[in-house]
Ligand binder design. Structure first.
Ligand code: NAD
Length: 438
């Protein structure tokens, strides 16, 4: 993948909303740059006593609404351009719900699957030490993303507390997505997937003008935190998963099987660190391995990209089966700009990432509030507040959709088209940023 493609994607999305709604150009200039871009190189002693140097990043995009907030990604593919795009999307995502946070993103360029648990702990702590002066509960609050988990956050919190002599553990809000034992919120681990499932279901039930018949079947790319919990809750809400894909391949659940046992699939995934050879497992008799090309062409009502960015390209968008009515972006930036335009032309609804996968940052906000006030909310309360916030933002978007029906947007190259859900979601965010700037 060309590293500049992801920058072009978010710059074009931002430019589209500014040109469409004629915002002040000075305001666009501010959002087009990052407040701070940090690169750190730090040594870690490995199990065999060798010293390896790791490179980490933290990009702080904008803090008009409050402290920076955004995930940490551990992957060989992490690079500065990716962090910049993801930090920008966090600014938009937080502003969409009027959360008192700005946008940030970071990561370490390495593959945690290739290292032992001790090594991963030491890398996490060393990275925390390297960015220590730039983070904190009222400055910048990291969270999990690809390749990181509540365990990673727990390691980093302990390092942060050690460095800040925080014996009374008053600084728990310096990271979110921690385990519950370490001060995390009930419900944070599954919140992104629950949010994806809730927005899909809300769209399905409340958006009759765009979805003519009830949606029932779906496919999901990515079987990590977001993909697993999206599938868990969609199945609970009565939807049927027809296929799933991860970095090991794509697997179709044939009609002979009466739904897939998600708990068994989760266990298989954890035991095998992925869905390797799922089709040969005696535990899953109804699974066939398929090509990635065939996966995207499958007949289904809903497609959930929940792996990583730039997965749905123009070619893929062209070949998506006409039975598909909805693309729900569980991942950040999974659709290229060309593909997005094509989905729009093909009248396939897109729930944009900044709304669809925002359940995670909403519950991260709840975790931060609980930590700062030494409070503990029940799971019911967390889920009730999450649902309310997501549905309220969906309603705001539906109102705008209605208001601008038949309107036109500016698109790169001067082409005009109707307003997309993404452009309208960005309008809500940009308005909130402008009116609530501190
Ligand atoms: P994860 O590391 O838990 O899982 C990623 C999944 O994607 C894995 O199943 C992996 O095998 C799969 N994958 C990776 N490369 C792939 C490829 N080339 N083809 C097919 N599958 C591939 O990560 P996650 O936390 O589930 O995050 C997934 C996406 O959701 C990312 O875009 C992330 O930024 C976004 N997101 C995550 C959260 C969160 O709370 N974890 C919140 C909002 C958005």
């Amino acid at each position: 993948m060309d590293k500049s493609e992801i920058s072009e994607l978010f710059h074009s999305q931002l430019e589209a909303v500014f040109k469409t709604f004629n915002y002040d150009a000075a305001f666009l200039k501010c959002l087009n740059v990052n407040n701070k871009e940090i690169i750190v190189n730090f040594p870690v002693v490995l199990d065999d006593k060798r010293v390896e140097i790791f490179t980490g990043y933290r990009v702080q995009h904008n803090n008009w609404l409050g402290p920076y907030k955004g995930g940490l990604r551990f992957s060989e593919e992490v690079h500065m351009e990716e962090c910049k795009a993801l930090a920008f999307w966090m600014t938009i995502k937080c502003a969409l719900h009027k959360l008192p946070f700005g946008g940030a993103k970071g990561g370490v360029m390495y593959n945690p699957r290739k290292y032992s648990e001790d090594e991963n702990r030491n890398i996490s702590k060393a990275f925390c030490a390297a960015i220590y002066t730039n983070i904190g509960p009222s400055l910048d609050i990291p969270a999990p993303d690809i390749g990181t988990s509540s365990q990673t956050m727990d390691w980093m919190v302990s390092k942060y507390q050690e460095l800040s002599n925080d014996e009374n553990k008053l600084n728990l809000g310096c990271f979110t997505g921690k385990s519950v034992d370490c001060g995390g919120s009930l419900g944070r681990n599954h919140s992104t997937g629950l949010g994806v499932a809730l927005t899909i279901d809300y769209w399905n039930k409340h958006h009759k003008e765009f979805i003519d018949a009830p949606l029932k079947t779906y496919i999901v790319q990515g079987f990590g935190n977001v993909g697993i919990w999206t599938m868990h809750f969609l199945n609970q809400f009565g939807y049927t998963c027809l296929a799933v894909g991860d970095h090991t391949g794509y697997y179709k659940f044939n009609e002979a099987c009466d739904g897939i046992d998600i708990e068994l699939l989760k266990k298989y995934n954890a035991d095998n660190r992925g869905l390797y050879n799922l089709e040969t497992s005696p535990l899953f008799k109804c699974v066939d391995k398929i090509s990635e090309e065939d996966f995207w062409k499958m007949k289904c009502d809903i497609i959930v990209p929940a792996a990583k960015e730039l997965q749905i390209t123009k070619d893929i968008a062209q070949n998506i089966d006409s039975s598909c009515r909805l693309v729900a972006e569980g991942a950040n930036g999974p659709t290229t700009a060309d593909a997005d335009a094509l989905l729009f032309e093909r009248n396939i609804e897109v729930i944009p990432d900044v709304l669809c996968n925002s359940g995670g940052v909403v519950v991260s906000y709840f975790e931060w509030v609980q930590n700062n006030s030494n409070d503990h909310w029940s799971l019911d309360l967390v889920e009730e507040r999450l649902t309310k916030m997501l549905f309220n933002t969906c309603d705001n978007l539906f109102v705008l959709k209605d208001q601008y029906k038949g309107g036109f947007i500016w698109r790169k190259g001067g082409k005009q088209d109707k307003y997309s859900n993404r452009t309208l979601a960005y309008k809500i965010s940009v308005d909130n940023l402008f009116h609530n700037k501190k």
